[in-house]
Design a protein around this ligand. Structure first.
Ligand code: PML
Ligand code: MG
Ligand code: MG
Ligand code: MG
Length: 251
C-alpha cells in the first residue's frame, strides 16, 4: 500500500491568507516510510533557507495500487551556461525546438521574470498563442502524487552521478510526470530558492539541465508548462494534481 504525502509551508500565515510560500514537497511512499518522511518534510519547512515556516500543511492519503501508473524518467542532458542570459537563450532554443511559439516562450520568460511573490504551483501557457490557460492566479497548478518507483535505487543512481541535492531528483520526477501529460509539450523552470541557480527546460523527452538560470540570492523563480490546444483544462489539471505516478529510472 502506498500513501500520498503532500507538504506545503508558508511564513506569515497560510498561503490562502497571504503567507509567503516557503517550500512544498510531494511523495508516494510505503506505510513503513511514513513517519520518517513526515519528519523530514517538517524539518525542511522549519529549516528552509527562505526562512522558518509558521504554517505547515501536511496531507496524507492512501493511494489504491490499481490507480497508479508507471512512466519512464526523462533523459537528462546538462548545458553549462556561461551566465544567466546564455542560460535563458539556450532555454528558449530548447523550447522552440519543441515547436513552441516565440510569443509563448517570451510570455513564459516574462511571467517568471515579473513574479513579485513565490507561487506554490505552475502557470499553464498555450504553446501557440502564449495566453495563460489556468485560472489559479498566484496559487498556480501544483503537481502532486508522484515519486520514484524505487527510491533507494534512484538515490543510489543519483549519488553515483554526484547529484546528491534533492532539488534535481525531485525536479526530475515532477518534470517526467508533467511532460507525460498528453497536452503538455514543454516546461520551463528555475527554483525560487535564493541559493539555487540551476534550472531546466524539459521538451522532446529530454530534461535539459541548465546551470545558470538566475542570479545568486534571487528568490524569483517558478514553473511554466506549455500546453497544446485544444485541451480539456479540467482533465489536464486533474492529471497533474491527482493522478498517482511512479517514475521508473530503468525505462
Ligand atoms: C525547485 O526548487 O522546485 C526547482 C528545482 C530545479 C532543479 C534543477 C536541477 O538541479 O536539475
Ligand atoms: Mg520545489
Ligand atoms: Mg506530453
Ligand atoms: Mg522551492
Amino acid at each position: 500500500m502506498l500513501y500520498s504525502i503532500r507538504m506545503r509551508s508558508a511564513q506569515g500565515g497560510a498561503h490562502e491568507h497571504g503567507g509567503h510560500h516557503i517550500s512544498g514537497a510531494e511523495r508516494l511512499i510505503t506505510t513503513q516510510d511514513l513517519t520518517t518522511i513526515t519528519e523530514k518534510l517538517i524539518q525542511r519547512a522549519l529549516t528552509h533557507e527562505k526562512g522558518r515556516a509558521d504554517f505547515i500543511r501536511l496531507t496524507i492519503e492512501e493511494v489504491k495500487p490499481k490507480d497508479i501508473i508507471t512512466i519512464p524518467m526523462l533523459k537528462m542532458e546538462t548545458y553549462t551556461a556561461i551566465n544567466v542570459s546564455d542560460g535563458h537563450k539556450n532555454a528558449c532554443e530548447f523550447l522552440a525546438n519543441a515547436g513552441i511559439s516565440k510569443i509563448a516562450i517570451d510570455n513564459a520568460m516574462s511571467s517568471l521574470l515579473s513574479l513579485q511573490e513565490n507561487m506554490r504551483g505552475a502557470i499553464l501557457i498555450d504553446a501557440t498563442t502564449g495566453k495563460r490557460l489556468d485560472n489559479t492566479g498566484m496559487r498556480g497548478i501544483r503537481v502532486s502524487r508522484m515519486d520514484f518507483k524505487d527510491t533507494l535505487q534512484a538515490k543510489k543512481h543519483f549519488d553515483e552521478l554526484g547529484y546528491t541535492d534533492n532539488h534535481v531528483q525531485e525536479a526530475l520526477v515532477l518534470a517526467s510526470k508533467v511532460l507525460s501529460a498528453p497536452n503538455v509539450v514543454g516546461e520551463l523552470c528555475w527554483s525560487d530558492d535564493p541559493n539555487y541557480i540551476i534550472g531546466y527546460v524539459s521538451a522532446n523527452n529530454i530534461y535539459h539541465r541548465i546551470t545558470k538560470m538566475k542570479p545568486l540570492h534571487s528568490s524569483q523563480g517558478g514553473r511554466v508548462f506549455f500546453v497544446k490546444t485544444p485541451v480539456d483544462i479540467t482533465a489536464l489539471q486533474n492529471y497533474l494534481e491527482r493522478q498517482p505516478v511512479l517514475v521508473d529510472i530503468n525505462l
